[in-house]
Design a protein around this ligand. Structure first.
Ligand SMILES: CC(C)(COP(=O)(O)OP(=O)(O)OC[C@H]1O[C@@H](n2cnc3c(N)ncnc32)[C@H](O)[C@@H]1OP(=O)(O)O)[C@@H](O)C(=O)NCCC(=O)NCCS
Length: 149
């Protein structure tokens, strides 16, 4: 759809506050594998570490000048582990599925396989991977989505 193109730009330290707010969102916290509450000082340290990590590729997803989400891919031995969040006010508009669709191109030089670990009750996230032709393996409370790129 015209005007609906999401673009990725690298995260900078200036994004600390928006990332903190998204991380503190109830559903983000509930769907995260580390459900514990976080404080600002911890978040700043985490972001500094991630920005210095050559194996972490983190992007802000931009739509018509607004930040609508985050895509993070942590790479170990050419396997990229995807984390993503859509801003609470931008959810349920199809952006999550589109963001997953951008992951392969974002790290195609560094990655052969993309994976996503999703809690079994996180239906929205599961649909985002399935819509992008990831294969699902279920194991108890975690669904693993895999795609070769
Ligand atoms: C998961 C998340 C990224 C999905 O983003 P989104 O932009 O809302 O997703 P989409 O609009 O692309 O929706 C994808 C599908 O999920 C469905 N969906 C969205 N939110 C849903 C919800 N709360 N419950 C059930 N289904 C939902 C949509 O209807 C759509 O399915 P459909 O096409 O069959 O109708 C977003 O909900 C989010 O940021 N959640 C908190 C963080 C998180 O869970 N991240 C992923 C960790 S693995």
């Amino acid at each position: 759809m015209q005007g609906e193109n999401i673009e990725l730009r690298p995260v900078t330290f200036k994004d600390a506050e928006i990332l903190f707010n998204w991380r503190k969102d109830f559903y983000t916290q509930k769907n995260s594998f580390s459900e514990n509450d976080i404080i600002w000082e911890e978040h700043e340290l985490w972001l500094k570490r991630k920005l210095q990590d050559p194996n972490c590729f983190m992007f802000i997803c931009m739509l018509q000048g607004s930040a609508i989400g985050k895509l993070q891919i942590d790479v170990v031995e050419r396997i990229g582990n995807i984390g993503f969040v859509v801003a609470p006010e931008a959810r349920r508009k199809g952006y999550g599925a589109k963001i997953i669709g951008l992951a392969a191109k974002a790290v195609q030089k560094e990655v052969d396989i993309l994976i996503g670990l999703v809690k079994s009750n996180n239906i929205a996230s599961q649909k985002c991977f399935l819509k992008n032709d990831y294969t699902c393996f279920t194991g108890g409370d975690t669904h693993v989505y895999i795609k070769s790129i």
